[in-house]
Ligand binder design. Structure first.
Ligand SMILES: [Cu+2]
Length: 127
């Protein structure tokens, strides 16, 4: 009798813990959509230019756009967009930094490398 009660309690405990664990997993279910459909841009800093031509980067209002900056030069570069609060800090050779362009307002925002602002400079257009 006593022994049967113990077994019953242990069985109930397992059931309760199992149920709680299951509910916890449901509540914390990973967001399937997160990370999907995120368009990305890769900017390579090389020979004192971004992607050779410092291309204009386009993004949509209220839609974060992933952007990675990779430094392939021996010398350091950074990537700054003051108005969008983007600043990679100095990247040394083969270093990269990934962030997002995000803006709630449309506009044209200047990007540049603070070490070579004359040759590494372009526009981010959010529309
Ligand atoms: Cu630079």
């Amino acid at each position: 009798m006593w022994r049967n009660n113990i077994i019953a309690i242990v069985a109930i405990s397992f059931t309760v813990v199992g149920a709680l664990w299951g509910i916890g997993n449901l509540l914390n279910a990973p967001q399937e959509s997160a990370g999907k459909n995120v368009e990305g841009v890769l900017l390579i800093a090389e020979n004192d230019a971004f992607n050779k031509t410092n291309p204009t980067i386009y993004a949509k209002v209220d839609t974060p756009k992933k952007i990675s900056i990779l430094n392939k030069d021996v010398r350091r570069h950074d990537f700054i967009v003051d108005e969008l609060n983007i600043n990679t800090a100095y990247l040394s050779m083969q270093q990269s930094f990934t962030t997002a362009i995000a803006s709630r307002v449309p506009g044209t925002f200047e990007y540049y490398c603070s070490l070579h602002p004359n040759t590494m400079r372009g526009s981010v257009v959010v529309r």
